[in-house]
Ligand binder design. Structure first.
Ligand code: DX5
Ligand code: ZN
Length: 216
């Protein structure tokens, strides 16, 4: 079963509660929440109180993607604000194995993300611990960028390594996914697909989600 994770980075922040309810009714599986600190990535999005407040509007899985330095410092606060999955970037944490176990100690799912420029090999050992791997298919920081083609190979590589150790992990792909490439992303091995601009474009969320799901 493929999960569609709708990224609220492309939502109207002045009515986030309503946007999240619309995503829920329209059939999104996860709410993908991009946290940016203006340091690890060249953009600032929103923080912990926003996650806490939108939690009241849906029971959907909160898939929190931390694009911040020193992510382990904030794990507990994101758990308390309602995160179900917490993703930290390999590039931001010298002790990523410890952080993944720390996240799991709160009873939520732990995920590791890699930037386009980071080879899959760097996180191979973490596949024994991580509940999910997030392959960035754009350089993180902004919605609406073009999918980087070599990401397909990286998805296949994660899937191969996970199969080798018999782990049925979540493989998430984030950035530049739309109705023209979602099938190929899933065929490569992704089972969680993030979409931001493809979900919110032209304001018809329900139609966009139907198109994305129907294109798999
Ligand atoms: C980018 C974020 C993505 C972004 C995806 O740094 O991590 O989640 O919202 O947006 P689209 O689907 O528009 O590429
Ligand atoms: Zn993201």
């Amino acid at each position: 079963m493929i999960k569609l994770a709708a990224s609220i980075l492309s939502a109207d922040f002045s009515k986030l509660g309503e946007e999240v309810r619309t995503l829920d009714e329209a059939g999104a599986d996860f709410i993908h929440i991009d946290i940016m600190d203006g340091n690890f990535v060249p953009n600032i999005s929103f923080g912990i109180p926003v996650v806490r407040d939108i939690r009241k509007h849906t029971k959907l899985t909160f898939d929190v993607h931390l694009m911040i330095e020193e992510p382990s410092k904030y794990v507990e606060q994101f758990v308390k604000s309602g995160a179900d999955i917490i993703t930290v970037h390999y590039e931001t944490d010298r002790h990523i194995d410890r952080t993944l176990n720390y996240i799991k100690s709160f009873g939520v799912k732990a995920a590791v993300a890699i930037n386009p420029g980071t080879p899959v090999n760097m996180i191979k050992n973490l596949l024994t611990t991580a509940d999910m791997v997030l392959i960035m298919s754009v350089n993180p920081g902004f919605g609406g960028q073009k999918y980087i083609d070599y990401s397909y190979d990286k998805i296949r590589e994660v899937k191969k390594y996970a199969d080798e150790i018999g782990r049925d992990i979540l493989i998430e792909v984030d950035g530049g996914v739309d109705s023209t490439n979602i099938k190929k992303v899933v065929e490569a091995g992704a089972n969680v697909v993030v979409a931001g601009s493809a979900v919110f474009k032209n304001g018809d969320i329900k139609k966009n989600i139907e198109l994305l799901k129907g294109s798999i």
